[in-house]
Design a protein around this ligand. Structure first.
Ligand code: DQA
Length: 146
C-alpha cells in the first residue's frame, strides 16, 4: 500500500470554529477521519498530521523525502511567505516523489497577499477551492497517476 503524508499547516487545527463562512463547519478531526477513509478506499495509506510550527512541517517534508512517500500539503499561511517550506517541498519532487499543494478556499479569489504561493512552483500540482474535497481530489490524483 502506497503511503501518503497529508500535512496541514497553521490554524487548520481550528477548522470548524475559524471563519466557517470560508472554511466550512467541519472540524480538523472530521478532516482526519475523511482523509483516512478516502485513503483506504483508494488503496493509499494516508496519514494526516497538523502543526502550527514551520520547523515541524519542514521536518515532516524531510521525513517524506527520506522515506520516499508522496505528500499532500496545505501549507496554510506559510504558502504565502515561507521559503524554508518551499526549499523542503522542492526536495520531494527532486527525490522522484509527488507533492500536491491543496487549499480549502481558492486563495486567488481572496486578499492580494494570498495570490502568491512559494510552493506552487515546486509542486507536482495544485488543487484549491473545493473545501475538504480538495484533499480528496489530491488523493485521487495520487492514486490514479501512481
Ligand atoms: C488556506 C488558504 C491560506 O491563504 C490561509 O492562510 C489558510 C488556509 C486554505 O486552505 O484555503 O490558512 O491554505
Amino acid at each position: 500500500m502506497n503511503r501518503v503524508l497529508v500535512l496541514s499547516g497553521p490554524n487548520l487545527g481550528r477548522l470548524g470554529v475559524r471563519e466557517p463562512e470560508i472554511y466550512g463547519h467541519d472540524t480538523y478531526d472530521d478532516l482526519v477521519a475523511a482523509v483516512t477513509a478516502w485513503g483506504t478506499d483508494l488503496g493509499l495509506g494516508a496519514e494526516a498530521r497538523q502543526t502550527d510550527d514551520e520547523a515541524t512541517l519542514v521536518a515532516w517534508l524531510h521525513e517524506a523525502v527520506d522515506q520516499g512517500v508522496d505528500v499532500v500539503l496545505n501549507p496554510a499561511a506559510f504558502t504565502h511567505y515561507s521559503y524554508a517550506l518551499r526549499d523542503a517541498a522542492a526536495q520531494i519532487v527532486d527525490a522522484g516523489r509527488r507533492l500536491i499543494e491543496v487549499h480549502l478556499s481558492n486563495p486567488h479569489t481572496r486578499e492580494a497577499f494570498r495570490h502568491r504561493s512559494t510552493i506552487s512552483g515546486v509542486a507536482t500540482g495544485v488543487i484549491a477551492g473545493f473545501g475538504m474535497d480538495s484533499y480528496r481530489l489530491a488523493l485521487v490524483a495520487l492514486a490514479t497517476a501512481a
